[in-house]
Design a protein around this ligand. Sequence first.
Ligand SMILES: [Zn+2]
Ligand SMILES: [Zn+2]
Length: 218
Amino acid sequence: MRVETHVLEPFASNLYVVVEEASREALIVDPGRFLSSLVERLVREAYRVKALVATHGHFDHVLEAGEYTTFFRQGLWLHQNDWPLVENMRTQLELFGMTDLEPLVYPNLTALTESHKFRIGGVEFLVLHTPGHSPGSVVLWSPGEKIAFTGDLLFRESIGRTDLPGGDPAAMRASLEVLFSMLPDETRIFPGHGPETTVAHEKQHNPFLRDLLIPGGS
Ligand SMILES: [Zn+2]
Ligand SMILES: [Zn+2]
């Protein structure tokens, strides 16, 4: 299994492609901009995209997701608490002064819940509902591969902001405590922005975790 990272304009959000070579299956996380060269390559290399998943509904993670849902003829998995963000994309774009951006086509949405599991080849991903940055933020976690996609909940040595509409600092604390109580130290973290990290590194070096109840933290 391999994780590809594509950094998107204009806010350097990370689009991830998880590919499993043996089964030729793939998963796309946070398809914020349409990358035609990526899509063409996946088709040429005979990958079957099994799911399109959004960690949350902010425009930098979902703006052009509709082009993926159209091309791959499947819905975008998004927690229902964040559906209003996608349905009111223009409001979001205005909030960030990005009124020159506009989705060509809106994505079909599929409700993502904690009971859903994604399977790519032999790899299973669990869904953790982790509100705080937004009401419908989720983490995708593969205990077997020891990797997690944390969206804008957790970054390398930082955390997501909670001052946007729908943000909730108390929920953020609770989500971080749940995350760190579940994920083993060696888990690799692929955040919504910035470089990869690990649970162990964050326990040692993330200043935003200091006041939280986190086992093994400093
Ligand atoms: Zn966000
Ligand atoms: Zn973001």
